[in-house]
Every structure is written in C-alpha cells, then in structure tokens.
Design a protein around this ligand. Structure first.
Ligand code: SAM
Length: 230
C-alpha cells in the first residue's frame, strides 16, 4: 500500500497546531499510556543513540528521552510544522528528513522508535529496510501504531473511527478530511502477525507483537540480526 507523501505532509501540516490536544481528547488520554509503555521497554535496553522517526510533535521522543536519561534522542520528520511543538517543548535534536531516505550513516543507532508514523509512509517495507539500515547489528526497532482490535471490540471501534472521530476531530482541528483518512489508513495497515511478517521480511528478525488496549494499538519489537541474513 502506498500513502501519497504530498497528501500526508499537507494533512499533518494542517492539523499541526491542534495535533497533541486532538490526540489526547480523541483517545481519552490512552495515547499517553501507550507511549509510556514504549518508553519503559526502551529503557530496559539502555540505548545510547536513539532515532524517533516520524517524531511529529515529539510526544514519543520526549517519553523515550525521559525514560532513558543520558541517551541522545534524535527526532526526524518530513513535516516541519509538526515539529514546531517538539521544538517548543525543548527537544534538542530535530531533523527534517524523509523516512524513506534517512540522512544518517548505516549502523549508527541502538534503537529506532516510530509512533503512529509507519502507517503514513509511502512504502512500509522500504521504510522498514531504511530503519534497519541505520540501526547497528543487534539494534532494536519499536513500532507503535493502530491495529485491528479484538473481534468483540471491532463493531464499536469501527463506528467510533468512521462516524464519531471525524466529527469530533473536525470540531477540534477544523480539518475533518485529515481524520477521515485516518480510518482508512488503519484498516489497510498490516496488523499483528501480518506486521511481524512484514518486518521479518524487510531486515528484521524475532519480531514480537504486543497488543495494547484490546488491540486498538500495538507495539511491535523487532531485532536487526547481528549478521546479515541470506
Ligand atoms: C500521527 S503523527 C505521529 C507523531 C508522533 N510520533 C506521535 O507519537 O504522536 C505522524 C507523523 O509522521 C510523519 N511522517 C509521515 N510520513 C513520513 C515520512 N515519509 N518521513 C518522515 N515523517 C513522516 C508526519 O509528518 C507526522 O508528523
């Protein structure tokens, strides 16, 4: 699946000023817990050099940075207006960069995190390969994103995603169209075992899937193998 990068860039630029508020309201604050979960898993690895790709407002970069004192966290995103909030909150290392062609040498990061970002990229497999390239052998990727919830939750979730959320988000941000895109992007994004398979076939191994809040979101933790795989 391809997301159109020009559309994605414009959509995020248009919602940038209200993005953080909208996230917290629309998720009932659960998004904060999801990012904290990633940060706690990251801290257990004691990484020194961390890339937070699609950092946007810097919410995930800030959570990971707070959990990993002493580590250098670089936030990268291809939408400069989204990073204005990250800059205001004092994140020191921000780079305007496209996840499909990162301006970093191979093997320089211990950990790459990407929160609600991979789903918006033009080519998931290509983006995974690029993240694998900048990780050192044995380094870790953490992907946090929406996924397909457990069957018992699906009906209510679909109703919320396609009917209620665009209305609420439209009222909060004035950009209902950007949130109508969200529902479609979630439904066509590989979820659970499909995401494990995608990562395992694009430079990673031993991918673990951790469903969060009934599977509304998921955390995928993948390893870059120590030796190149044939
Ligand atoms: C939903 S926001 C996520 C922001 C933040 N990571 C968070 O947890 O809230 C998605 C971000 O992905 C960025 N993005 C989408 N495609 C990208 C790409 N190809 N390269 C870099 N950033 C990208 C958008 O600009 C946007 O800021």
């Amino acid at each position: 699946m391809m997301q159109d990068p020009t559309f994605v860039q414009k959509a995020f630029a248009s919602i940038a000023p209200r993005y953080v508020l909208a996230n917290h309201v629309l998720s009932g604050g659960i998004d904060v817990m999801w990012r904290r979960r990633v940060a706690a898993m990251a801290a257990a690895l004691h990484p020194q050099r961390i890339l937070d790709l699609a950092t946007g407002s810097g919410d995930l970069a800030a959570a990971v940075g707070a959990a990993c004192p002493g580590a250098q966290v670089i936030g990268a995103d291809f939408c400069a207006p989204m990073m204005a909030h990250a800059r205001r909150r004092g994140l020191p290392h921000l780079v305007v960069a496209d996840g499909m062609a990162l301006p970093f040498a191979a093997g320089v990061f211990d950990l790459v995190t990407v929160g609600f970002g991979l789903r918006n990229m033009a080519d998931y497999g290509g983006a995974a390969r690029e993240m694998a390239r900048v990780l050192r052998p044995g380094g870790t990727l953490m992907v946090l994103d929406f996924s397909q919830p457990a069957p018992w939750l699906r009906g209510a979730y679909k109703l919320y995603l396609h009917r209620i959320l665009p209305l609420l988000a439209g009222a909060l941000t004035g950009e209902r169209g950007a949130y109508e895109y969200l529902g479609g992007s979630i439904e066509q994004f590989p979820s659970g075992p499909a995401m494990n398979a995608l990562l395992n076939s694009h430079g990673f191994a031993d991918t673990q899937w951790i469903p969060l809040t009934g599977g509304i979101a998921s955390l995928y933790i993948a390893q870059k193998p120590l030796a190149p795989q044939g």
